[in-house]
Design a protein around this ligand. Structure first.
Ligand code: GH3
Ligand code: MG
Ligand code: MG
Length: 389
């Protein structure tokens, strides 16, 4: 069976418990202190009965009252006022002996001040004065200030003990408060560290996500964009060119007789050559260079008219033709065939442009390779179309 949740204690319950303990001890001690004076006064059994009730029953009765009150804290503050009123009455009933009146006034005032501040001080002095005046009028006891040495010493010891208990309570409270504050500070520091750690982790996750996204768009061998990225970007670029009324150039580039490079120098050398071609194709940042397939590449030139695209293609073709790639002990040379397509001349969609570039590339291959071709017009073939492998 699940444990029933405990209802939290009502506010102020701890004051009720603490005061019950302190009050019982205080009144027990006072029984002897004031009792010592009553012996000297020779009071009757009614007074002794009342005094016994005051010291040994009253503390438990008012404890019971406060404990069962709907607001125990508030009821306990009233209890302290009852104590004070009783003190005033006893002081008057005994004829205001100086030491006894003094310790009753001090203990009532200190008690209320500890819990209510200066408001408590005023309440203590006021309540004690009023109840003392009323009791004095009621009993009409003559004022006798002196007490016997025995009673005076008991008053001094009692006051001393009372002040020690109060001071010790204050010290314990300040210690608890200091500990609590320290714990709160430690908690705040731990929270701040956890927060910083989380922020750092979040940053790492964000940069990892960015890196992953970037890697997902890249070809592992050459570092160029991959075909997937081209397909996701091309429609957007084309739409932008259409919207802005601008042209777009597209090159489909294929390495000539690449199989022979693999066969002659090995697959790794072939990879090295593909990386060298990719480096040649890296152009302005606005252009998109991508590895379209094995030894095929696509370059996209937004805002580029047809004649400039043709010139660009020719420039790339010549650059490759004139380059030598050193791979280990091998010096590898090859050429490129390039099919050119343009928006809007060659087609209006991405598929149409790729198909047009592919057809142009096929034409370039069949016309002898190492050349740039567009379906509208082919460039002049290079002087030495043979591939040096
Ligand atoms: P053509 O002039 O007609 O284009 O002839 P080709 O030899 O270049 O074309 P083909 O399609 O016959 O051969 C392409 C070769 O490219 C075949 C394949 O083994 C090789 N290849 C494809 N991907 C890679 C790669 O990532 N690395 C290497 N080293 N070779 C590759
Ligand atoms: Mg090919
Ligand atoms: Mg090829």
């Amino acid at each position: 069976m699940p444990a029933m949740p405990r209802t939290p204690p009502a506010p102020g319950t701890w004051v009720v418990h603490m005061n019950h303990r302190n009050r019982s001890a205080l009144f027990a001690f006072m029984f002897f202190t004031l009792g010592s004076h009553m012996v000297d006064l020779g009071v009757g059994w009614v007074v002794w009965g009342l005094w016994g009730f005051q010291c040994f029953l009253y503390p438990h009765l008012i404890y019971w009252r406060a404990k069962h009150a709907s607001a125990p804290g508030k009821a306990e503050m009233q209890n302290m006022l009852f104590d004070t009123a009783a003190f005033g009455a006893w002081a008057a009933a005994l004829g205001f002996p100086l030491w006894i009146t003094f310790i009753l006034l001090v203990s009532a005032t200190v008690n209320l001040t500890v819990f209510q501040g200066l408001r408590g001080t005023v309440a203590a002095i006021g309540t004690l004065s009023v109840s003392a005046a009323c009791a004095h009028l009621l009993f009409g006891e003559p004022i006798v200030l002196e007490t016997a040495l025995r009673t005076t010493v008991l008053c001094m010891v009692g006051l001393m003990l009372f002040l020690i208990v109060v001071a010790n309570g204050a010290w314990a409270r300040s210690l608890t408060m200091h500990d609590t504050r320290e714990k709160v500070r430690q908690g705040e520091r731990a929270l701040q560290q956890a927060n910083e750690h989380l922020t750092q982790q979040l940053q790492e996750i964000n940069s990892l996500q960015t890196l992953l996204k970037e890697q997902a768009n890249r070809d592992a061998l050459t570092g160029l964009y991959n075909r997937r990225y081209l397909e996701s970007t091309m429609d957007r670029e084309l739409a932008r060119c259409k919207r802005e009324g601008k042209p777009l150039g597209l090159l489909l580039i294929d390495v000539d007789h690449f199989k022979k490079i693999n066969d002659t120098y090995g697959h790794q050398a072939g990879d090295g050559f593909l990386r060298a071609v990719a480096a040649m194709l890296q152009t302005r940042s606005a252009d998109l260079a991508c590895r379209y397939g094995g030894e095929e590449f696509v370059l996209l030139f937004p805002d580029m008219p047809r004649d400039v695209t043709m010139a660009k293609a020719e420039q790339i073709r010549r650059l490759c033709e004139e380059s030598t790639t050193i791979f280990g002990e091998f010096a590898i040379q090859s050429t490129l065939s390039i099919g050119v397509a343009n928006y809007p001349e060659s087609g209006k969609s991405a598929e149409a442009l790729i198909a047009a570039a592919d057809a142009a590339l096929y034409a370039a291959k069949s016309q002898g390779r190492n050349r740039v071709h567009s379906l509208q017009a082919a460039s002049a073939p290079a002087a030495a179309p043979a591939v040096a492998v």
